[in-house]
Ligand binder design. Structure first.
Ligand SMILES: [Ca+2]
Length: 228
């Protein structure tokens, strides 16, 4: 933008000097000479080209495809994970590359963080974690994690997690426990994934083997990755 402004100012100065010269040298007929007209025409053409280039830089072309970067990772079958007894959902990366985001699209099922003795086992149930009504985890009610096969958490990023040393609960701006899908992204620090690498979906309390005795349910989802 700065270079564009400089170019426009340069053009204005040149135009002014050309006009002044023309006016001085041709004051009787009050118009440019052929040579001056040609010079100004060339200047205008050059500046029009610079202006067009600048506008294209500021307004990059939109892709004609919708969401061309989302690539479905699992096949026909969804990835399903349970809530206790080490029941991750497993899926395999088929394409090597840098992935900046994942999208989990809910297909079926629900999970709960705590069987509610007063209201039935599913009163805290949701698609991705617990309930916003829960007295303890309600403010950070999401509990679905993407990990490597060695249980290293890839998403969500640590800054969203309630207790950094325990990958159980988090809050993600824009998403709720019953959102139809979750999107995790970190375009500044994409993950490099290898062909045939296994990743897993975990329920946080199952991942950490913490307070999982009172959990119930299973969630199934499709997994999409955003390749750079
Ligand atoms: Ca629990």
């Amino acid at each position: 933008m700065k270079s564009l402004l400089i170019a426009m100012c340069t053009f204005a100065a040149l135009f002014h000097s050309s006009f002044a010269a023309a006016h001085k040298g041709c004051c009787s007929c009050n118009k440019f000479s052929k040579e001056q007209e040609k010079q100004i025409q060339t200047l205008l053409q050059n500046e029009a080209g610079s202006l067009r280039q600048g506008m294209q830089t500021m307004c990059p072309k939109k892709s004609t495809k919708s969401n061309p970067q989302w690539k479905k990772v699992n096949g026909e079958n969804p990835v399903c994970f349970g809530v206790s007894g080490d029941q991750p959902g497993r899926f395999t990366i088929s394409k090597e590359g840098f992935v900046a985001a994942f999208k989990l699209v809910h297909r079926s099922g629900s999970v709960t963080c705590e069987k509610d003795k007063c209201h039935g086992h599913d009163s805290y149930s949701s698609k991705w974690g617990c309930s916003t009504n829960h007295s303890y985890v309600g403010s950070t009610p999401l509990g679905t994690f993407i990990t490597t096969q060695y249980k290293r958490v890839l998403f969500p990023r640590e800054k969203f997690i309630r207790i950094k040393s325990m990958n159980t609960w988090y809050a993600l701006p824009g998403f709720e426990p019953d959102s139809d899908f979750l999107v995790f992204h970190d375009f500044a620090n994409p993950e490099f994934l290898q062909e045939n690498q296994e990743l897993q979906l975990w329920y946080g309390e199952d991942l950490e083997n913490f307070n999982e005795e009172n959990n119930v349910g299973q969630t199934c989802a499709d997994v999409y990755a955003w390749y750079l």
